[in-house]
Write a protein that binds this ligand. Sequence first.
Ligand SMILES: CC(C)(COP(=O)(O)OP(=O)(O)OC[C@H]1O[C@@H](n2cnc3c(N)ncnc32)[C@H](O)[C@@H]1O)[C@@H](O)C(=O)NCCC(=O)NCCS
Ligand SMILES: Nc1ncnc2c1ncn2[C@@H]1O[C@H](COP(=O)(O)OP(=O)(O)OP(=O)(O)O)[C@@H](O)[C@H]1O
Length: 286
Amino acid sequence: MHALNSIPDVCPLADLAVEALIDEADLSPKPALVDRRGNGAHTDLHLGLMHASALALWPAFQGMADAATQHGCIGLPLREALGQLGREGEADMLRTTGGVNTHRGAIWALGLLVAAAALAPHDTGAAVLAARAAALARLPDRSAPQPLSHGRVVEQRYGAGGARAEAQAGFPAVLEHGLPHLRASRLAGHGEQNARLDALLAIMATLADTCVLYRAGPEGLAAMQTGAQAVLTAGGSASLAGRRRLHQLDQRLLALNASPGGAADLLAACLFIDRLDRGEHSRSPA
Ligand SMILES: CC(C)(COP(=O)(O)OP(=O)(O)OC[C@H]1O[C@@H](n2cnc3c(N)ncnc32)[C@H](O)[C@@H]1O)[C@@H](O)C(=O)NCCC(=O)NCCS
Ligand SMILES: Nc1ncnc2c1ncn2[C@@H]1O[C@H](COP(=O)(O)OP(=O)(O)OP(=O)(O)O)[C@@H](O)[C@H]1O
């Protein structure tokens, strides 16, 4: 276990991961998710809890960066060290939130990406970074317990691969959808918040989000994907027509209790990858 008062110096990679989580939580208006307006479809979450959880994860991300630096290459020893650190991070999260799952998927995605960045701190372009994270995710972790998580239930019921498959494939939802939309919206002058919302919507439009599948089944998933695409087709978050569609999507997902938590995690991963791709960690590697 890590103690916050034992943090040595500023760690850019762990800082970037925590900042990505806080930026994701603060982004508003997100459909059916916790944001500055409220709790979305979640009775047990609120923005303060998301912030506290994000901050509590700093030592776990720092530990993952350190482990990658120490091991120095992709292989089973590093994979198993990361698995242990990820589970400790989850325990830190649950202690902080009183048992509520605020960031399980995000610890997984960002943890792999932090380790991938620390392995080669001067080679953190989006594609190579995601490929290294994917290689780590594909390695088996012999010590991993196999609890019947919501993701496993949904995998058995609908064949959705969820957070594991997304990471093992190199985060296609981020690289092929989130990141291109983030940058296209910025280039179009839509403003940073609208660009981030468009990135989230682009991820939602294609993702098999196991949070949504667990809570609302295939009907909920279809509502999420078609509703998100409708916002983008109408002109995105910066347009009046897009904002109307976004409001309709929010109402529809709330009615279905369908919170796109997996898409939210991947938006945080997208913001992290974007900043590394732009060289924002180069002051000091880990
Ligand atoms: C792989 C994880 C996410 C467990 O996955 P599983 O699907 O069984 O769990 P669960 O139902 O709790 O879902 C996890 C979360 O993933 C997110 N998610 C849902 N769908 C998706 C998707 N398609 N893509 C990405 N993330 C998704 C959601 O936020 C969801 O809450 C993780 O908790 C885990 O096993 N960690 C072990 C520790 C480890 O190995 N860490 C090493 C790297 S840090
Ligand atoms: N802003 C956000 N609002 C809500 N969920 C988010 C947000 N950002 C990320 N998430 C992700 O959504 C997941 C929480 O979703 P959910 O509450 O459905 O989880 P669960 O533990 O599978 O289900 P339940 O709460 O029904 O037991 C977390 O893993 C978290 O990473």
